[in-house]
Design a protein around this ligand. Structure first.
Ligand code: RIB
Ligand code: CA
Length: 313
């Protein structure tokens, strides 16, 4: 079976970086057509640079990296340096990139890719705020019918919010963009906090990364060591939740995950619950199902896959 063609849209971010490394380590399953950076965890100037740093860490300097939107559709940017550090990739000491950033805007790359490739042959994996995706859909509504699937990290229901009591970060930063994506009619698979908070990098799992004793293994251990301090203190958890790698792991081994196809509607009116993913888990409304919303993961299987694949880079 030929690998699935994907665009990874991202705001690296240590967990984004691990998700990208997992994709690069799985060429039989995934062909990364390009990486599009968006403002989120840190400003765009850092996310596009970090995307190139990760490409070079993976030994993939020929991967085209594009800079996208530097602020949400209609509200000021909110960032998360308190989690990811000033650069967004604090933890490991990685060299500045030498590969060039593409001239083309990320939104134009997304539009041109879906117009030029046969329809339903390319998927997009948003790992940050949905600003680039929504901007592409606004500029070129015709591409919606050509997207094979959107597999994204974002939202929360039973796990509630991580940036406000009601909202998860990626959705909260640009709720208007999320509303456009969740109403696009595109096949949508969502990895919310309900499932990513079950993918915790315990000390043993972090040690397994480090025991790979490779540049990638050690960098991954250093990234998750840095990234976890905030969540461990906040939740008292046994390690960092590896949010974004759930997206690429799903594309490689979907059987590791389970959830429900339900309606998910984005709060864009109330400031109190702005960005909440209102998931009709018990199907109590007539609102049409628009997303497969994951809530279970085989965490041991996930980390075994991740560690084995990272060992290949
Ligand atoms: O809420 C977690 C999400 O926000 C992850 O994608 C993390 O990288 C940040 O973007
Ligand atoms: Ca992210």
């Amino acid at each position: 079976m030929s690998p699935r063609k994907v665009i990874i849209d991202t705001d690296p971010g240590q967990d984004d970086a691990v998700a990208i490394l997992l994709a690069f380590a799985s060429p039989d399953e995934l062909e990364v057509l390009g990486i599009t950076a968006v403002a989120g965890n840190v400003p765009l100037a850092f996310t596009e640079k970090n995307a190139r740093i990760v490409c070079e860490l993976a030994g993939k300097p020929d991967t085209p990296v594009f800079a996208g939107c530097d602020h949400p559709l209609s509200r000021p940017l909110v960032t998360a340096e308190y989690v990811h550090g000033k650069t967004g990739l604090d933890g490991p000491n990685l060299p500045d990139p030498t590969m060039a950033l593409q001239e083309k805007h990320a939104v134009d790359f997304i539009i041109e890719t879906f117009r030029n490739k046969p329809e339903k042959t390319v998927s997009i994996c948003p790992l940050g705020p949905l600003t680039n995706i929504a901007s592409a859909l606004l500029k070129a509504p015709d591409i919606a019918s050509r997207v094979e699937e959107i597999i994204m990290m974002g939202g929360a229901y039973f796990e509630v919010g991580n940036i406000t009591p009601a909202a998860e970060f990626n959705i909260y930063v640009d709720p208007e963009a999320a509303d456009i994506v969740f109403n696009s009619g595109i096949k949508l698979t969502v990895m919310p906090l309900d499932v990513t908070h079950k993918a915790l990098v315990t000390a043993d799992r972090n040690d397994a990364f480090r025991r790979l004793d490779t540049k990638v293994g050690i960098a991954t251990a250093d990234m998750t060591d840095f990234f976890e301090r905030f969540d461990k203190e906040k939740y008292g958890s046994s390690g960092a939740p590896l949010h974004d790698p759930c997206v690429t792991a799903y594309l490689i081994r979907p059987e590791l995950f389970s959830g429900r196809k339900i309606n998910v509607t984005i709060e864009t009116g109330s400031e109190l619950t702005m960005g909440m993913t209102v998931a009709d888990w018990w199907r109590v409304t007539e609102r049409p199902a628009n997303a497969t919303f994951m809530n279970e993961i085989d965490a041991d299987g996930f980390f075994a896959l991740l560690t084995e694949r990272l060992g290949r880079l």
